[in-house]
Structures are given as C-alpha cells and as structure tokens.
Design a binder for this molecule. Structure first.
Ligand SMILES: NC(=O)c1ccc[n+]([C@@H]2O[C@H](COP(=O)([O-])OP(=O)(O)OC[C@H]3O[C@@H](n4cnc5c(N)ncnc54)[C@H](O)[C@@H]3O)[C@@H](O)[C@H]2O)c1
Length: 359
C-alpha cells in the first residue's frame, strides 16, 4: 500500500494506492466522518465490474447507500446528467454531510466532483478512479465540471476530494486503447518533471503493458506525486499548474478539428507532446536528441505522434485560438527544455506554429 499526500492546508487529502482497496472503501469512508447516507455515482460498465464489491464494503460499514448510475460516455458529461444526479440525491434525502463516491473514469469523476461541489453548497466526495487516466490525472487536483455544447469542461468548479482510492487491479479490465491513452499522461509527467520516470518508461515497456504490479504501482504513484506537488504549489492554475497542459494546446486543437471522434484525449495529447517538442526545437529551446527520445517513447507505446495529412492545418490553427487557455488572443505553450523540465511560453507568434504545422 502506498500513500501520496496532497498538501492543501485544510483541504489536504491522501491518495491511497494498493490492490484490493475496493473491499476496504467502507471502513475508510467511515474514518472520513460523513453522515450515514452516501451515494455511489458510476456508469453501467464500471458498476457491473466493481459496483458489488464497493457497495458491499460501504454497506458493511453501516452506511445507508444509494446508487446513481449515469450513462457511459463523454457525451453524457453535461448539465442534463448533472440534473439527474441532483434529482436522485434530493429524492433519497442526502444531506449536507452526505458523501458521494465517484466510481469510474474521468467522466464519472468530473461530474460527481461537480455535483459534490454544488449540491447543498458543497458536500464531501471520494474518488475511486478506474481508468489509468483518472488514476494519474483527473481524480487528483480538484478540477470538476461538465461540458457545454460550445466547449469541453466549460462549466465547473475547483472542489477537492476528501480521499482518492486507487486500485491498480481495476486496470486489468480496461481496454488497451484506454490504457495507452492514460500512459500518454504518464509520459507527460516524465517530460515535464522527472527524467527518471521517463527513463523507467523507456526501459520497462513490457512490464508496464503487462500490468506488472510493481511497475504499474510505481508509475501511478510517481504521477500522483508530481501532480500533487504541482497542485499544492498552485491549486487554481495561476501559474505553475499550467505545465500540466504540456501537449494539450495542440492536443485539444486536434480533438476539436476532428470533432472529438477520431482520437481519445490521451492520443491527441501524445501527438501534441511531440509537435510541441518540435516547436521548442525550432525555437532553440530543446536539442534534437531529446525530441527524438520523446517521439521514440510515444511511438514505442503505440501512441500516435504525428498529425495525419488529412487533418486541415487551418482547422487546427483556428481551434487553437478558441482554446480556453489562450489569454487575450495570445497562445500559451508549455515547451520542454530537456527531459524533465519545461518552460511556460506566451510569446510565440502564429507564424512559427503555422510553419511547423505545414512542414
Ligand atoms: N479533472 C481533471 O483534472 C481532468 C484531467 C484530465 C481529464 N479529465 C476528464 O476525464 C475524462 C476522460 O476520462 P477517461 O479517459 O477516464 O474516460 P472515461 O471516464 O470515459 O472512461 C473511458 C471508458 O472506460 C470505461 N472504464 C472505466 N474504467 C474501466 C475499467 N476498470 N474496466 C473497463 N472499462 C472501464 C468507461 O466506462 C468508459 O467507457 C474527460 O471528460 C476529461 O475532460 C479531467
């Protein structure tokens, strides 16, 4: 069992990582002290796999437990689903001290967190992330929210969980494509913060892809430590936290230009990380050898690293202007300087990006 502490003064919490944690959710929830009524929010896919274990454990600890099962998919991370969650919570009499338990990937985690942030002006919640992306990224840091038809994650709040429980064994049922998309975010942590993690990913590909217990626990723990460290220093993204968006400026633009149907988020970020490394090379920020290693690692995990020719470059450029991280019309890029270090740059002209995209 491994524990990573997210230090946020009175909002600090633990991320606990270990196999079979699902059977101990109830006892942990109890020490956290909510009222006897609680609700699990999940989707049919995840609930069919892990719902019974979590439910049994919470009921055994004496909770009066409700379930809110929402449809599976990003297209349901919206206000309509959120309203359904509020309806169920009110119908079943959850009060200001009741806890929500988010059991699922990032979609379930984000919407449950936002429901917790807003129901009765804010109630406690815990995250039980079951995708690699959610375990290394979305369950940690307190960004919660839903999509609007005019943009992803446009409605949301910062609301930290009380506890994050990560059972790496849940990854055994995760489709490989989803696992790889999560690995893209782990590669990101290596590039922005930790050359040792990057080296580990280079030398332990087989073990990681075979979900070797020690290797997978190490990469989850290290990723959580990095995210926890960054979030502790800059909870509300007024500065440093932006480094977590490496690969995301171009990644988001690719997702938008392809209507969110062609790539999973992590796949688009993988392309974005390579192209943004090339942008850094063009601006003399990183040497060719490091860019080569970044591309080689992305490729070795079977993730995409190039923008396919059929994607219109103008579409990518215009989506970048709409990226919510663009401040006053200027594009912000997080550019690697080596493996393990990045710089936040806001002075990049459109010409360099246009040239790069057309090369
Ligand atoms: N809050 C944040 O800081 C943050 C950060 C990154 C991403 N996100 C959000 O996360 C979401 C993406 O999350 P995701 O990649 O986890 O996608 P997801 O939640 O849609 O899960 C992917 C698929 O895997 C299934 N699944 C989940 N766990 C499983 C398991 N153990 N076995 C089998 N199937 C399983 C889900 O039902 C779903 O079909 C996006 O909405 C994104 O905006 C949020």
């Amino acid at each position: 069992m491994e524990t990573v502490r997210v230090e946020l003064v009175e909002r600090s919490y633990d991320i606990v990582i270990g196999n079979d944690l699902l059977d101990g959710v109830g006892a942990r929830l109890k020490t956290y002290g909510p009222s006897p009524k609680a609700a699990i929010v999940s989707n049919p896919t995840v609930f069919a796999l892990y719902g019974k274990r979590v439910t049994d454990s919470i009921k055994k600890a004496g909770f009066d437990l409700e379930h809110v099962i929402i449809p599976d998919g990003e297209e349901y991370k919206n206000i309509d689903t959120l309203k359904r969650i509020y309806d169920e919570l009110l119908k079943h009499g959850l009060d200001r001290k009741s806890a929500l338990i988010a059991l699922g990937g990032g979609v379930v985690g984000d919407i449950t967190g936002f429901a917790a942030a807003t129901y009765m002006r804010g109630i406690p919640y815990i995250q039980i992330p079951t995708t690699l992306l959610a375990q290394v990224d979305s369950s940690v840091g307190g960004k919660t929210g839903v999509d609007h038809k005019l943009g992803k994650n446009m409605i949301g709040a910062f609301w930290q969980p009380g506890l994050v429980l990560i059972d790496p064994a849940t990854l055994k049922t995760l489709p490989k494509k989803q696992l790889l998309a999560g690995l893209a975010e782990v590669i990101k942590y290596g590039i922005i913060y930790d050359s040792e993690l990057f080296g580990f990913l280079e030398s332990n590909r087989e073990r990681i892809l075979n979900l070797d217990d020690k290797a997978i626990t190490y990469i989850i723990k290290r990723s959580c430590e990095i995210k926890a460290d960054v979030v502790s220093k800059d909870e509300r993204e007024s500065g440093l936290r932006a480094i977590l968006n490496y690969g995301h400026t171009i990644g988001h633009a690719i997702e938008t230009a392809t209507g969110y149907t062609r790539y999973l988020h992590g796949e688009a970020v993988a392309i974005g990380m390579h192209i943004e490394a090339k942008l850094s090379q063009l601006l003399k920020g990183i040497d060719e050898g490091h860019v080569f290693r970044i591309k080689a690692l992305i490729d070795s995990y079977g993730l995409p690293s190039e923008i396919p020719k059929d994607i219109n470059r103008e579409d990518i450029l215009s989506s970048m202007q709409l990226d919510k991280k663009a401040v006053a019309g200027k594009l912000k890029f997080i550019l690697p300087e080596s493996i393990g270090a990045v710089k936040i740059r806001e002075d990049i002209d459109e010409k360099s990006i246009r040239g790069l995209l057309q090369s």
